[in-house]
Design a protein around this ligand. Structure first.
Ligand SMILES: NC(=O)c1ccc[n+]([C@@H]2O[C@H](COP(=O)([O-])OP(=O)(O)OC[C@H]3O[C@@H](n4cnc5c(N)ncnc54)[C@H](O)[C@@H]3O)[C@@H](O)[C@H]2O)c1
Length: 261
């Protein structure tokens, strides 16, 4: 256990999308910090994932959020940190984006955050009363929500909505006196992470980029640091927002993108 004085030792933390690239690294980072991590995703727990508990969980489902709340309430009685990380993307032009795809992206990326805040509010309030700065909600947004690159309109709009919802939550909690912080996290693209590789492949398929190598080089070129990020570098940002080291931060945009344009 490390850094036991930053509010993560024995903190109860839920990470959605825990089987994916950023989710896996986040579970490991929080576990290393001493948190009791509940990972959730659509399928079974991947081997070697560092979690104390696993839940199969579709984040678009109100019923699943009810089951998650009941399980956490029964096992732990509170929730210190909520990381809404699960996400999905559709790549295609606006004219070709079907309403079904648009809705699927919004259900997964935005409604999930609303459902989480509704289902888990009592558990976050309980934890927040006893924690410096309160309980912490980290909603994983995307730089695409600020600077859409085209051909991913549903995704970009959904991530802008995640940011807006996060700011609304932080303001409301402040006005209502709830001991809960809410911040939006912006991961830079890494060519090595699940979602980025899906995007690269689809851009090539649509003729929007000549090759995987060219796509990867372009993604690196827009960063100031001129390299890929490691998933651990993204997880470190989420870990910071979960910890009491960020106890005076709420309603912020926290960007870890290597200085991308
Ligand atoms: N990787 C990047 O370059 C990047 C950049 C900006 C933002 N993000 C955001 O970071 C988050 C994680 O991305 P990642 O790169 O680790 O992607 P990933 O595809 O590796 O992981 C996403 C996870 O979410 C899960 N998921 C999808 N729909 C779900 C649902 N309905 N219910 C439960 N789980 C569901 C998937 O099964 C997957 O395990 C996402 O919200 C993504 O939008 C990623």
């Amino acid at each position: 256990m490390q850094n036991g004085n930053d509010g993560l030792a024995d903190a109860i933390a839920l990470v959605t999308g825990a089987a994916g690239g950023i989710g896996t690294a986040t579970c490991a980072a929080l576990t290393r910090a001493g948190a009791i991590v509940i990972g959730s995703d659509l399928g079974e727990c991947p081997p070697n994932l560092q979690v104390a508990k696993w839940m199969r969980h579709n984040v678009s489902s109100p019923e699943d959020w009810g089951a998650v709340r009941s399980a956490i309430e029964q096992d732990y009685g509170r929730l210190d940190c909520l990381v809404n990380n699960a996400g999905t993307i559709v790549i295609g032009s606006i004219e070709e984006t079907s309403l079904a795809d648009w809705r699927r992206v919004f259900h997964t990326n935005v409604e999930s955050v609303l459902l989480s805040l509704q289902a888990l509010l009592p558990l976050l309030r309980i934890a927040g009363e006893g924690r410096r700065g309160g309980a912490s909600v980290v909603n994983v947004s995307s730089p695409a929500g600020m600077r859409p690159r085209g051909f991913s309109s549903a995704y970009s709009a959904s991530k802008a909505a995640v940011t807006s919802l996060t700011r609304s939550a932080s303001k409301e909690y402040g006005r209502l006196g709830y001991p809960i912080r809410a911040n939006a996290f912006y991961p830079g693209g890494s060519n090595r992470l699940g979602m980025a590789s899906t995007v690269h492949a689809r851009y090539i398929e649509l003729g929007l980029a000549p090759s995987q190598a060219q796509q990867e080089a372009a993604a690196i070129a827009v960063t100031s640091l001129k390299r890929n990020c490691e998933p651990e570098e993204l997880a470190a940002g989420i870990r910071f927002l979960c910890s009491t080291a960020s106890s005076y931060m709420t309603g912020t945009d926290f960007i870890v993108d290597g200085g991308a344009a």
